[in-house]
Design a protein around this ligand. Structure first.
Ligand code: DC
Length: 229
């Protein structure tokens, strides 16, 4: 049986998670949210009060983290950190504010990339993140780069927070997103970037199902082309 990797990269709030989950469901592939892995490590570091300037300690702390995913239902997944369900805690604003700092560290990226590559070697996957098409699976079967304007991305985050009862401010969200974009795209290790063979989809005027449908069509077209060679 063939194994396929679909890489979905893009900045915060570009709609990656919703779209990737939908594509994975439709194709019955494993969905892997790599941002959740960086968030789980960040949560552990914050809980244990590790000095954020001490790289060695941060890397050691990351080594103590066992991160796994459990499928809850078709539209959601549980993130486990050392056998504890941390799905909600990894979305808290403290984690969000610190995760860009943690995900810059090469020693932490290295171990997570290895884990991600193992998942994609054993299963067909839809994997979303920042460096999936560039570093994790440079030979992925299909690479997608999702974009959206900062205003649209902040609006989406605002609605997500509102729905889960978390208070927030739209202007503050815009600033945070712009700051996170800057850190993620200018960092030395695996910066967020659109690789030459990724297909860019601008999502401002599309809903998640429309984007998912586009990706499924691209996947099927590619499959047909491969089979006709
Ligand atoms: O997608 P997200 O917002 O949950 O990601 C959280 C952070 O993790 C984000 O600031 C960038 C980082 N990240 C990364 O560096 N590489 C990935 N493959 C996924 C996320």
């Amino acid at each position: 049986m063939s194994i396929y990797q679909i890489a979905i990269d893009g900045p915060a709030g570009s709609g990656k998670s919703t779209v990737a989950k939908e594509v994975a469901n439709m194709l019955d592939f494993l969905y892997v949210d790599t941002g959740a892995m960086y968030r789980a490590i960040t949560l552990k570091i914050l809980r244990d009060n590790i000095d954020l300037n001490d790289q060695n300690k941060l890397i050691n702390e990351a080594r103590k983290c066992k991160i796994t995913f459990k499928k809850k239902d078709n539209n959601s997944q549980i993130v486990m950190l050392n056998d504890e369900n941390v799905s909600n805690d990894i979305r808290n604003p403290y984690v969000t504010a610190t995760v860009s700092h943690i995900s810059k560290i090469q020693g932490i990226r290295k171990s997570l990339v290895k884990l991600q590559q193992e998942l994609g070697a054993e299963n067909s996957v839809v994997m979303e993140g920042r460096d999936i098409g560039s570093v994790v699976f440079p030979k992925a079967f299909l690479k997608i780069y999702l974009t959206a304007s900062i205003a649209e991305r902040a609006k989406r985050r605002f609605e997500e927070y509102e729905a889960s009862g978390v208070e927030c401010d739209l202007d503050k969200l815009k600033t945070e997103i712009a700051e996170r974009d800057l850190i993620d795209s200018t960092r030395k290790n695996s910066p967020l970037t659109k690789v030459h063979d990724a297909i860019e989809i601008e999502t401002d005027n599309l809903n998640a199902s429309q984007v998912a449908e586009k990706i499924i069509n691209l996947f099927r077209e590619k499959l047909e082309n491969e089979n006709s060679i």
